[in-house]
Design a protein around this ligand. Structure first.
Ligand SMILES: Cc1ncc(COP(=O)(O)O)c(C=O)c1O
Length: 292
């Protein structure tokens, strides 16, 4: 592995200094929350090594979103970033090939680059409304392709594919014997009905998400991998154990407390998002085109 710092991290608000930013127009999460805003007070927890896969209560809450998923399909990781790192390093080697969408959240591109595997980039274009064409994914697959990697809802464009397209990509990757990674970190912020958890659509599909964006809790670094293939989960667990053995018992306790309030919290958040989106749409409507 050859690491170099990603510009998105060098220039991140926390590294640049929140105090140096007057108008943050590009924040990618909802406002950062506090323990008090979730009504949580940390009890006297025993500071033991936690269960390596993550606390059962937390994994149960994550799996409960889809009846086809069980607690053993969930592995808790150090944020979605940690989950993406585990997937890339566990699945890809120098001689392997990856098909990945660009632009993308940087880790989805940079970890494979650090590994030194072959990469086919599927560039999304403004002119096409950043649409992702499943046929382009199929055309990019080679005999050495191990992984197809997409992000949906997409960062940085905010676009989402339709369920039929997701199912098509699931079918294409299954037919070619290729794993499919779907970075679903923004799934809970979908204003339309969210797509199914991708990992519920096939044992070759790996979903990644976290509490960072939709719940405003990036500071607890709790994310997860969902996948229903026990052999793959064992591989991901082996990677996690080499990195950190287990997660933080404190952070997982907090994560569980947040997820217990998921429905009420997201209902409030999405209503506020809808209100703000309508406000911007209204404002845009009153403007003339740049060159109009
Ligand atoms: C699409 C996407 N995936 C993953 C991450 C990493 O999130 P986390 O804070 O859970 O590590 C981000 C953060 O910006 C992201 O935008």
């Amino acid at each position: 592995m050859r690491y170099s710092r990603m510009p998105i991290e060098v220039e991140s608000p926390e590294e640049y200094g929140y105090g140096n930013i007057r108008f943050n127009l590009s924040e990618s999460s909802i406002a950062d929350q506090s323990l008090a805003s979730f009504g949580l007070e940390i009890p006297d927890l025993t500071l033991l090594y936690g269960e390596h896969r993550g606390s059962p209560g937390l994994r149960e809450l994550i799996a409960s979103v889809d009846p086809s998923l069980g607690i053993n399909d969930v592995l808790i990781c150090g944020g979605a970033a940690g989950a993406l790192f585990i997937v890339a390093t566990a699945v890809l080697g120098k001689d392997d090939h990856l098909v990945v969408v660009r632009p993308n959240y940087a880790t989805n591109l940079e970890t494979p680059r650090a590994i030194g595997c072959g990469i086919a980039l599927i560039d999304l274009a403004f002119e096409d409304g950043f649409a992702l064409d499943p046929d382009r994914i199929e055309q990019a697959i080679t005999p050495s392709t191990k992984l197809v990697s997409i992000t949906c809802p997409h960062n940085p464009t905010g676009t989402s594919i339709a369920e039929a397209e997701l199912r098509r990509i699931v079918e294409i990757t299954a037919r070619h014997g290729v794993l499919l990674l779907v970075d679903e970190t923004y799934r809970d912020l979908s204003l339309a009905t969210p797509l199914p958890i991708a990992a519920s659509l096939g044992s070759h599909v790996i979903s990644v998400s976290s509490l960072s964006k939709a719940f405003g809790a990036p500071g607890i670094r709790v994310g997860w991998i969902i996948n229903s293939d026990p052999a793959l989960q064992e591989l991901f667990l082996a990677a996690k154990e080499q990195i950190s053995i287990c997660g933080s018992v404190i952070n997982e306790w907090v994560a569980e407390g947040i997820l217990r309030q998921k429905r009420a919290f997201l209902t409030r958040t999405l209503a506020e998002w809808r209100r703000r989106l309508d406000r911007i749409a209204e404002w845009l409507e009153g403007r003339t085109c740049w060159n109009g």
